[in-house]
Design a protein around this ligand. Structure first.
Ligand SMILES: NC(=O)c1ccc[n+]([C@@H]2O[C@H](COP(=O)([O-])OP(=O)(O)OC[C@H]3O[C@@H](n4cnc5c(N)ncnc54)[C@H](OP(=O)(O)O)[C@@H]3O)[C@@H](O)[C@H]2O)c1
Length: 311
């Protein structure tokens, strides 16, 4: 079994009292940057300290890396020793519920006081969407544990569109089985800001924040905003769920995850994620970023490749 190893005292010289999981991922990277910018030392649970994202984390002031695997609760327990607060995030997978429940048990054993859990908009035990069911089970386990908690329930990430970076840049197109449904999409940087607030301030104990952007937009609206920001045509194509399933399986995605994403988009299509909620303002004291500002900030990522110059 791989033993956890803790790197030298972080650059701030103060020992961290909070641990973040998922630190090399979409939300975790933004959270780590934010904590570093605030001068808050933190411990990051990573599977491989030598991976490129882990090495980037290591450069952040105040970062202390500890190796561990969410499938190995003992390694998580070792990583949590001495921590007062913990940020719990795993990718959605067939193992996510077990990984997260085990994390909560290890947090209790290690004497952690407060868990900040990255959940999902509309988490609900009876939901037809598997992701929303497992998040609800974990929320219930955290409530039952007696630990203080903050549940962050973000809507669809704006940064999810980066999965279409290639087709948007090359063909000016992206697709989803979502029709004209409106979704109050949220910028991951605002989710990270809410997580940082809950991990570093008091007053967020036993609160649930529904995190959305300031507007509910259709995918066609998002295409217009991306076209404006990149100064290139961008169009959205509505596709049947079977086309999405086939594309995801064709990319080699795990069938459990592919089916979950199809369920997720059916939930969006039903208009169940169209409400604008005040969670970002409540958690951070600041208004959420608009999709237009996301599109402007990420325009280079969606832009055309540099033109080939004939010699
Ligand atoms: N996408 C959306 O629109 C959306 C909306 C609402 C909620 N959510 C929720 O957001 C969560 C996913 O967040 P994300 O997009 O930031 O995830 P992500 O980018 O996929 O990152 C996953 C992180 O978990 C780490 N990880 C994976 N397996 C691990 C293991 N066995 N042990 C230790 N670490 C492990 C990865 O580390 P490695 O570097 O080692 O791979 C990475 O740091 C899900 O719970 C989902 O339900 C997503």
């Amino acid at each position: 079994m791989k033993h956890s190893s803790v790197s030298a005292l972080p650059a701030t010289g103060v020992a961290p009292t909070l641990l973040i999981s998922g630190a090399t991922g979409t939300v975790g990277t933004q959270l780590a940057r934010r904590l570093a910018a605030q001068g808050v030392p933190f411990r990051a649970l990573v599977r491989d300290v030598n991976s490129a994202p882990a090495m980037a984390l290591q450069q952040l002031p105040g970062a202390e890396l500890v190796t561990g695997d969410l499938n190995d609760p003992a390694s998580v327990g070792r990583a949590l020793v001495g921590m007062k607060r913990a940020f719990l995030l795993t990718p959605s997978s067939a193992q996510a519920e077990a990984q997260q429940v085990a994390f909560v048990e290890q947090a209790q054993l290690a004497g952690v006081q407060h868990v900040v859990k990255l959940s999902q908009w509309a988490a609900e035990a009876e939901s037809p969407v598997r992701f929303l069911r497992y998040h609800a089970v974990v929320e219930a386990a955290i409530r039952a544990s007696g630990l203080a908690y903050t549940f962050l329930r973000p809507n669809l990430f704006m940064q999810g569109l980066l999965a279409f970076q290639g087709t948007i840049a090359a063909q000016g197109q992206f697709f989803a089985p979502v029709g004209e449904a409106r979704i109050s999409v949220v910028d991951v940087r605002d989710i990270a800001a809410a997580a940082a607030a809950a991990l570093t301030e008091t007053g967020h104990e036993n609160r649930t924040y529904d995190l959305t952007g300031p507007q509910a937009l259709t995918h066609a609206d998002m295409a217009c905003a991306l076209a404006l920001a990149t100064d290139r045509p961008v169009t959205f194509l509505d596709v049947p769920p079977a086309a999405m399933r086939g594309a995801l399986l064709g990319l080699g995605m795990d069938p459990w995850m592919a089916e979950g994403l199809v369920e997720d988009y059916a939930h969006y299509h039903r208009g169940e994620a169209a409400t604008v909620a005040p969670g970002v303002q409540q958690a951070t004291g600041r208004a959420p970023r608009s999709f237009a500002s996301f599109a402007r900030d990420y325009a280079p990522a969606f832009g055309a490749p540099a033109p080939v110059v004939a010699l």
